[in-house]
Design a protein around this ligand. Structure first.
Ligand code: Q9C
Ligand code: ZN
Length: 392
């Protein structure tokens, strides 16, 4: 059922930017009445995100406008500024590009996959200059009975080899956006691991939790939450939990840690029998090998409201506390919102304040990583409500 999990040299220490972070000026004016730790929460945002702007995704036999649009992130930034919350920084404000980050990327994702992603746009346009005005979307996959062990030469074939759906367009700026976003996640994790920050938020898109070691899909290319978790491990946290509250099961994150005992994965999501990503996220997936018992899926039916969702969250939090996690990564998707156009839960905007408060009860160093949420106008309010609830 699971892809092979690649070995990590866990426990190795990375350099981090905590010292530089400590010298950074606050980007917002302190405001009385807001908890100190929230007003100052480090927000590592992706300045290159808008370069990933898919035009269309395949839906019911048609190409329809993408749900995962740049405005999503802009609304979160606007909301943070309006509430005077957060200390905004980009990766470049924190640390120069470094080889240690590239090495981490290549432990979570396979080098052939990374090479493909990095060069894909130029290959696509190289096939035909007219492609510059089109997104690259896969349409053929090596499913059961076909071979995935021979990398084809043909571009469309490689696009399919390294993906699992036709809803994730690759565009001119996709690699730069995903790469900078992965840095946001790792720098946020390192800032928290260094003890300088109680919590940090990697505010980036494209999202990450559907991306596996060697595949993109579900609007995701690089698994930001998994990279953050691995960065926390590398910085010395022996046990790290990833809690995925996005509406969709985080199949990529689960698959990356499925056979590991050092990273516990817990997810609340729409039942995969009816909801994307369909082929992973069932309750009987508990981990395998050394990871047996370290994976918790809590699928919920379409239509689930806050009371039942909150009860499942309580179960996940209890399991994370029982695991003895020393640090937490939250895959923060707000597509659980009642107004979300592609999802089926019924959380209301004020509920996200309660979600944040519940997460804070774990009292762990926490890295939030932005994932889904497609009710574009409300994404800012709902996301920042979680952060505000967490800090209150
Ligand atoms: N074509 C995240 O929330 N497609 N990904 C749904 C519409 C996939 C969602 C059907 C939804 C992926 C990060
Ligand atoms: Zn989602």
């Amino acid at each position: 059922m699971q892809r092979a999990v690649r070995a990590f040299d866990g426990g190795k220490r990375c350099e981090h930017g905590a010292a530089r972070l400590a010298q950074m000026p606050a980007a917002t004016t302190p405001r009385p009445g807001v908890a100190q730790n929230l007003r100052d929460m480090l927000i590592v945002h992706n300045p290159d995100h808008a370069g990933h702007a898919g035009r269309q995704e395949m839906f019911r036999g048609r190409l329809v406008p993408c749900h995962e649009v740049p405005q999503r992130l802009d609304h979160v930034l606007t909301e943070l500024r309006e509430r005077g919350l957060g200390r905004l920084a980009t990766p470049a404000d924190i640390a120069p590009a470094d080889a240690a980050f590239e090495a981490l990327l290549a432990r979570v994702h396979t080098p052939p996959y990374l090479r493909f992603l990095q060069g894909a746009w130029d290959e696509w346009v190289g096939l035909d200059p007219a492609h510059a005005a089109l997104d690259a979307l896969p349409s053929v996959w090596p499913v059961r009975g076909l071979r995935a062990d021979v990398e084809p030469i043909n571009f469309a074939a490689r696009l399919g080899l390294y993906s699992f759906d036709a809803g994730t367009p690759l565009t001119a700026g996709s690699w730069a956006a995903a790469h900078a976003g992965a840095r946001c996640a790792v720098l946020a994790a390192q800032a928290v691991a260094g003890g300088g920050e109680r919590s940090a938020f990697a505010l980036t898109r494209p999202p990450g939790h559907h991306a596996g070691a060697d595949c993109f899909g579900g609007y995701c290319f690089l698994n930001n939450a998994a990279l953050a978790a691995q960065a926390l491990r590398d910085a010395g946290h022996a046990r790290v939990a990833v809690l995925d509250v996005d509406y969709h099961h985080g199949n990529g994150t689960q698959s990356l840690f499925y056979e590991r005992a050092d990273v516990f994965f817990a997810s609340l999501h729409g039942d995969p029998r009816t909801e994307y990503p369909f082929f992973l996220g069932h309750a009987d997936e508990r981990g395998a090998g050394a990871g047996a018992g370290f994976n918790l899926n809590l699928p919920l039916p379409r239509g689930t409201g806050f009371a039942a969702w909150r009860a499942a969250l309580g179960q996940a939090l209890e399991a994370i506390a029982g695991f003895g996690a020393g640090a937490l990564v939250v895959s923060l998707g707000v597509d659980t919102f009642e107004g979300d156009p592609i999802s089926g839960f019924r959380l209301a905007s004020p509920d996200y304040l309660a979600v944040g408060r519940a997460l804070a009860e774990l009292a762990l160093p926490t890295v939030f990583v932005f994932e889904g949420g497609y009710a574009v106008a409300e994404v800012g309010v709902n996301t920042v409500n979680v952060l505000e609830g967490f800090g209150a």
